[in-house]
Design a protein around this ligand. Structure first.
Ligand code: GRF
Length: 190
């Protein structure tokens, strides 16, 4: 089985996923794709010996180049890990129940356009939430709205800053995302 990971930023989740499957022969991370030529994930991919593809908005929205690449590589599961672009419907429809995303909060709250990265943790702290966490969900046409696959929570303290929350949430991401992906793809029959 083959996985493609989309990331726009540092790629710490991508790295955690690659490392989780490193010794496996039944599942491989075939490709890491990014829209950001400066993304830290490119360096991580190089160090982890995973092919990295950089594409631009035009290639993503106006052509089928990315879709064709995923099909040619026989990708079974598309994993979004800190990917900052809305996925074109054609791509979503090509991977029904085979495209997942991770959101650094407990959806349905603190989700939707604009609620990503640091903004999420600032909003959680501003609201004085006792907990935050992660949501892993299937991707559909509506941002942060697909069927929830898994959630995990972390307790917050009044003194926690958004950075503290980010650290606690990222620890949950790195711990759980690879395992949830493994369970999903191991259940793929064909
Ligand atoms: C993670 O917090 C993820 O939940 C969010 O973007 C961040 C990506 O971090 N979607 P990284 O690039 O995997 O380090």
């Amino acid at each position: 089985k083959s996985i493609a990971i989309f990331a726009s930023g540092s790629g710490s989740n991508a790295e955690a996923i690659v490392r989780h499957f490193q010794a496996r022969t039944d599942v491989q991370i075939s490709l890491i794709l990014t829209n950001n030529p400066e993304a830290g994930v490119i360096k991580r991919a190089r160090r982890l010996h995973i092919p990295a593809v950089v594409f631009d908005r035009h290639a993503f929205y106006e052509t089928d180049r990315v879709l064709e690449l995923l099909v040619n590589q026989k990708i079974d599961l598309v994993v979004l890990a800190g990917f900052m672009m809305l996925i074109p419907e054609k791509l979503i429809h090509a991977f029904p129940e085979k495209m997942v995303n991770i959101h650094p909060a407990l959806l349905p709250r603190y989700g939707g356009k604009g609620m990503y990265g640091h903004f999420v943790h600032e909003a959680v702290v501003a609201a004085g939430e006792p907990q935050s966490g992660i949501t892993i969900h299937f991707v559909n046409e509506v941002y942060d709205d697909g069927e929830v696959i898994f959630q995990a929570t972390c307790d917050l303290e009044a003194k926690d800053s958004p950075e503290d929350v980010a650290r606690k949430v990222q620890a949950l991401e790195h711990e759980h995302y690879p395992v949830v992906i493994d369970r999903l793809i191991s259940n793929f029959t064909e």
